[in-house]
Design a protein around this ligand. Structure first.
Ligand code: SF4
Length: 99
């Protein structure tokens, strides 16, 4: 499946991006779109890996020094851009509800 030559890098499950907190409990994408930033991380063309279950992910978010209730959160696997940004509270409610 692997089509990239860049070594695979696992990023933090809770990570700060430009203006939002990214939550990445699942990392990697089996597709290999040419334009995708995941090539830089060696995470395109690879099997997705689950690095944390939903409960652990919420705990990591809530205990992160990056966390604040009103900060935007992108609660998605690293591969997918969020359709809309959510606040931390919305995100945690979604994870708890299994969305
Ligand atoms: S994350 Fe999206 S753009 Fe990137 S390789 Fe997967 S499907 Fe393509």
């Amino acid at each position: 499946m692997r089509t990239t030559t860049t070594p695979r890098v696992r990023t933090g499950i809770v990570d700060q991006h430009a203006t939002w907190i990214a939550v990445n409990p699942v990392q990697g994408c089996p597709k290999s779109c040419r334009y995708c930033f995941l090539h830089e991380r060696g995470q395109a063309g690879v099997a997705p890996e689950t690095l944390a279950d939903p409960a652990s992910t919420v705990e990591l978010l809530l205990t992160s020094p990056l966390y604040a209730p009103t900060r935007p959160v992108a609660p998605a696997k690293i591969a997918a851009a969020p359709r809309r940004r959510m606040s931390c509270d919305e995100s945690c409610q979604g994870v708890r509800a299994g969305r």
